[in-house]
Design a protein around this ligand. Structure first.
Ligand SMILES: *Cc1c(COP(=O)(O)O)cnc(C)c1O
Length: 387
């Protein structure tokens, strides 16, 4: 049976060139990068090179502004907890949005329990943060604003440059969870004016279990992992040498092929989207039609539950998801779609299709052909559907 993977916002396959760049660090160059002998120096070199590639991908001026972490989640934790702790004398107010990834939302909830006040800025119908509301929420106690770059469920891109300006004017730090955006859209941290930015390798054809936090020079979030003097005392723990080498290679490839890949994937995504919306009745696009990643489309199939569509597609070899991997298994509607004002009858039946560079025209045709009869069959069984 044909296998079609359309869940790249959950994770991507490791690019063969990335794997090739990693293997030597499991085989011959297995040294501890903190050791001063040759084994150690060879491992250290891999980390240095990975840092250069990571810095280049986001336009960081100084390679020391990149701190490698164990995941995108850890980078988010470090940014929020670290900044909150470092600035707690100055204020106790944080602003984020209602549509963040749980790696940000759940840290905010924990910070609320330890005495910080958090405002969850609303979004409009298209999934974009309401800047006027965000501005109104700022007080002289606001120390940090954290708004994601691109949403993982809808792909919608936020006005980060404008938000960075607002934060700067008010003397607050600005963090962006750019895990979905890095490697897919051009990012220049200097031009954007962000202070902290999170990224993760496995969303860009790198390995799982390695991320980084960009920390603008001069900013000192309190470390959350304590131990040895790794990463210039900012993140203790022996570095994931092979993972960092892989992240570096993935960053290099993403930068080199960004335009070419984006063009191809966008045309596949648009074909899929148009195909579904025209072939299947009672379907609706969620999120801003233009201001979003070229990889992602989020579509509601009214009167159905996303999970049952997923299971039926799975039987045809097709992998898609409802909003976020973290909420799958629960039948709670997506917090992202709810924040956008999508009614339950539509949000429950929403699917995220996230494409990647290995997808083909044939994949898309196969999915559209498989989907239409599944939807028809499920609707016939749905008590909500009246034909
Ligand atoms: C995947 C993802 C994360 C978490 O990254 P991990 O490396 O899987 O921990 C955080 N934020 C967003 C927007 C993501 O898509």
């Amino acid at each position: 049976m044909r296998k079609v993977y359309l869940d790249h916002n959950a994770t991507t396959p490791v690019d063969p060139l990335v794997l090739e760049a990693m293997l030597p660090y499991y085989r011959e160059y297995f040294g501890n990068p903190s050791s001063i002998h040759e084994f150690g120096r060879l491992a250290r070199k891999a980390i240095d090179d990975g840092r250069v590639s990571a810095a280049k991908l986001i336009g960081a001026k100084d390679v020391d502004e990149i701190v490698f972490t164990g995941s995108g989640t850890e980078a988010d934790n470090f940014a929020l907890k670290g900044a909150a702790d470092a600035l707690k004398q100055k204020g106790n107010h944080i602003i984020t949005s209602a549509i963040e990834h749980h790696a940000v939302l759940n840290v905010c909830k924990a910070l609320e329990k330890s005495g910080f006040k958090v405002t969850y800025a609303p979004v409009d119908k298209s999934g974009i943060v309401k800047l006027d509301e965000l501005k109104k929420a700022i007080t002289d106690k606001t120390i940090l604003i954290s708004i994601m770059y691109a949403n993982n469920e809808t792909g919608v891109i936020q006005p980060v440059e404008e938000i960075a300006k607002i934060a700067k004017e008010k003397g607050a730090l600005f963090h962006t969870d750019a895990v979905q955006a890095v490697g897919k859209v051009p990012i220049d941290v200097s031009k954007l004016g962000v202070d902290l930015l999170s990224a993760s390798a496995h969303k860009i054809y790198g390995p799982k279990g390695v991320g980084f936090l960009y920390i603008r020079k001069g900013i000192k979030p309190t470390p959350i992992l304590l131990g040895g003097h790794h990463e210039k005392n900012r993140r203790a723990g022996t570095e994931n040498v092979a993972g960092i080498a892989g992240f570096g290679k993935a960053a290099e490839l993403a930068l080199k092929n960004m335009d070419k890949d984006a063009q191809r994937v966008r045309s596949l995504r648009d074909g899929l989207e148009k195909g579904i919306l025209s072939a299947i009745p009672h379907t609706y696009l969620n999120g801003h039609p233009e201001k979003r990643l070229c990889t992602t489309t989020n579509i509601s199939f009214e009167f159905l539950e996303g999970e049952s569509i997923i299971l039926n597609l799975d039987m045809e070899g097709i992998a898609v998801s409802t909003g976020s991997a973290c909420t799958s298994g629960s039948l709670e509607p997506s917090h992202v779609l709810t924040a956008m004002g999508v009614e339950a009858v539509r949000s429950q039946g929403s699917l995220r299709f996230s494409l990647g560079k290995e997808n083909t025209e044939e994949d898309i045709d196969y999915v559209i052909k498989a989907l239409a009869p599944i939807i028809e069959r499920l609707r016939k069984m749905s008590p909500l559907y009246k034909g």
